[in-house]
Design a protein around this ligand. Structure first.
Ligand code: NAP
Length: 288
């Protein structure tokens, strides 16, 4: 006869386990789900994803929404935004859209104010909208420079200024900026694009310095070569595509879906001690 209550409890638990192994499996998997939720669930969070209607941004918006966040996607083309939101809603996710041009300061301000209408102030900001205009530096006009800087660097800066301080005041936030390997190396006419992405990575470190002490982590995802509409011209050259795939360790070019896990990680509680970092999601391209 066991007299120690803890030992008695353990004996009874053991008996239950022996009596019903399926119940033991169920309880173990529930504990695993609870643990994963604690780390990665975005339930109750609000995310704004620029460029969320296409390519990498669309995959990130979908990943955050499936992980539980209410997601607002921002881009210009209404039809693509509508399809994205309809697809997410059909999957049981909460999603809304804002059509706006992030190429002007006024457009960014309007986008920010309209983005909070559906679900309130965001906890997570993903700056993924980007343009890659590739004239040779000899032919690079001031217009191309201005457009590139406006969409790729100034819009993330302005959206950070609009949402970062609020996140800091509330004590929790995540900013995720999407850069490029061209922030680190010149490649197929990096021109203004590489300069804008280099600036974006530096901006991210400044944001991390400013807001991380108050719970807002700020990080960068660095894609390699990803088969999206942005790369339509290069993607149509089989030799280029094969050559770039051969430069990775994994042996293939990136897919938009490759960014889902890293984005959920950097948007979640699991990354609370990761800030000011650039995470390369490139199949090893940058270290090959
Ligand atoms: N694909 C790659 O290999 C690669 C590599 C390195 C980095 N990246 C970066 O990853 C990000 C996503 O690129 P992606 O390949 O997924 O490209 P994508 O499929 O062409 O998507 C770009 C997104 O940005 C939006 N956008 C562009 N200009 C905008 C503007 N003025 N205002 C508002 N939204 C605008 C687009 O929507 P609308 O056109 O409808 O506005 C679209 O939703 C970009 O920042 C890009 O620089 C991509």
């Amino acid at each position: 006869m066991t007299t120690n209550p803890a030992a008695e409890q353990a004996r009874q638990a053991e008996q239950t386990n022996q009596a019903d192994p399926a119940d033991r499996v169920r309880r173990t998997s529930r504990a695993a789900q609870d643990y994963l939720s604690e780390l990665f669930s975005l339930e109750g969070r609000v995310a704004v994803v620029t460029g969320g209607s296409s390519g990498i941004g669309r995959a990130i918006a979908g990943a955050l929404a499936r992980a539980g966040a209410s997601v607002v996607v921002v881009a210009r083309t209404e039809a693509a935004l509508k399809t994205t939101v309809e697809e997410l809603t059909a999957q049981g996710c909460r999603a809304a859209r804002v059509s706006a041009d992030l190429g002007t300061r006024e457009g960014v301000r309007t986008a920010a104010e309209r983005a909070v209408e559906a679900f309130g102030e965001p906890d997570i900001l993903v700056n993924c909208a980007g343009v890659n205009l590739r004239p040779h530096l000899d032919e690079l006009t001031e217009d191309v420079w201005d457009t590139t800087m406006a969409v790729n660097l100034e819009a993330p800066f302005l959206l950070g200024q609009r949402f970062g301080p609020g996140m800091a005041q509330r004590g929790w936030g995540r900013i995720l900026n999407i850069s490029s390997q061209q922030a680190h190396r010149a490649f197929v006419q990096s021109g203004a694009y590489g300069a804008s992405k280099g600036g974006l990575e530096a901006l991210t470190r400044s944001q991390a310095e400013a807001w991380s002490p108050r719970g807002v982590t700020c990080n960068v995802l660095v894609p390699g070569f990803v088969m999206t509409p942005l790369n339509a011209r290069l993607s149509s050259e089989p030799e280029t595509v094969a050559g770039l795939a051969a430069r990775t360790f994994i042996g293939r070019n990136g897919l938009a879906e490759d960014f889902a896990g890293a984005a959920v990680f950097l948007a979640s509680q699991a990354s609370a001690y990761v800030t000011g970092q650039s995470l390369f999601v490139d199949g090893g391209l940058s270290v090959h």
